[in-house]
Design a protein around this ligand. Structure first.
Ligand SMILES: NC(=O)c1ccc[n+]([C@@H]2O[C@H](COP(=O)([O-])OP(=O)(O)OC[C@H]3O[C@@H](n4cnc5c(N)ncnc54)[C@H](OP(=O)(O)O)[C@@H]3O)[C@@H](O)[C@H]2O)c1
Length: 297
């Protein structure tokens, strides 16, 4: 368990929808920070287990979880999953009180953020798109980076609460801007990881001690989080952890769709996306994104 401490703020009534690898620990930080938390998960047993562990309430529907909440946090898989927990008869929007804020941490499209923001506004609610970076460890340690899009007043209201599970929560523009920033993040990582994979595979073929090489060049201009944290496990051929190739393909699909719309050139990202498709075809969809190096050995 994390040893994180929390800045004291007035306890709020919040909901959390989606208790997966990310949502479970994020919701845990909200409870430990003193907020009253109701949770919903599609597989109800996970919500019951969370409530037993953290002392909150497990609700049977997103609507019931959102009933009376000031803030409704959400972290599900993709655009359609998000619509299914937000909209409809049993969706969160149907249960939220006027002025309440829906904060979506799913990595989804900018288009769905704008769509749900408009739907929220028409019901007197607020919507902030707020995808995260930092992975499962960042969620467990309450040290995520949160990229937000939406209304400034709604952002100011959610920020102190989100800081229960994050170390940075930043507004980057209007609705959709958080999702676009996450696409920038994933684009930067895709090319970098392929470069790191090629560097490691090259050094191995050259007969170098790659742990020693990374220890040296990791103190120079080639240093990166991926090199420091994933380099040693790439050399050790370990990939059964981390951020899954399947999720990365979803994220790069969002980048490629958006690039088609805005005219950005992303040739390296498109190529790396195909390399990830190779890994999926070989059964590696659940392995960490650093498994790119496997194709080169
Ligand atoms: N894992 C990471 O390192 C990481 C890092 C940054 C961002 N993200 C993003 O964060 C989001 C969640 O990732 P995760 O790793 O937490 O995924 P996960 O472990 O697969 O959890 C997904 C959650 O969404 C729920 N869900 C999926 N489809 C649903 C639907 N149609 N209706 C209701 N609930 C649904 C799942 O419920 P069930 O329990 O019933 O399946 C589960 O609670 C994704 O968008 C991912 O790209 C992940």
């Amino acid at each position: 368990m994390s040893t994180r401490t929390y800045d004291p703020i007035a306890p709020q009534t919040v909901a959390f929808l989606g208790l997966g690898v990310m949502g479970h620990p994020m919701a845990g930080h909200l409870a430990r920070a003193g907020h009253r938390v109701a949770v919903y998960n599609r597989t109800a047993s996970k919500a019951a287990a969370w409530a037993t562990e953290h002392g909150g309430t497990a609700a049977a529907t997103p609507k019931a979880a959102a009933d009376g909440a000031d803030l409704v946090f959400c972290c599900v898989g993709n655009d359609d999953d998000l619509r299914s927990v937000a909209l409809g008869e049993h969706g969160a929007f149907a249960g939220m009180k006027p002025g309440a804020i829906f904060v979506d941490h799913t990595t989804a499209s900018a288009a769905v953020a704008r769509e749900l923001s408009a739907q929220a506004r028409s019901r007197g609610l607020q919507f902030i798109d707020a995808p995260v970076s930092g992975g499962n460890l960042g969620a467990v340690n309450g040290a995520l980076t949160v990229m937000c899009g939406g209304d400034a007043a709604a952002f100011e209201a959610m920020r102190p609460v989100a800081l229960s599970f994050a170390r940075a929560v930043t507004l980057l523009g209007s609705s959709g801007a958080g999702q676009l920033a996450k696409m920038v993040n994933q684009t930067a990582i895709a090319g970098l990881l392929q470069g790191l994979a090629e560097a490691i595979a090259f050094g191995e073929r050259a007969g170098l001690d790659m742990d020693a090489v990374l220890a040296v060049i990791g103190k120079g201009a080639a240093q990166s989080w991926q090199m420091d944290v994933r380099g040693p496990t790439m050399i050790a051929d370990q990939f059964d952890f981390g951020f899954a190739v399947d999720w990365m393909r979803k994220d790069l699909g969002l980048v490629l769709d958006e690039a088609r719309r805005n005219g950005a050139q992303v040739p390296v990202t498109a190529l790396v996306d195909q390399f990830y498709a190779d890994l999926q075809a070989k059964g590696g969809g659940r392995q960490d994104t650093s498994s790119l190096v496997r194709r080169l050995r």
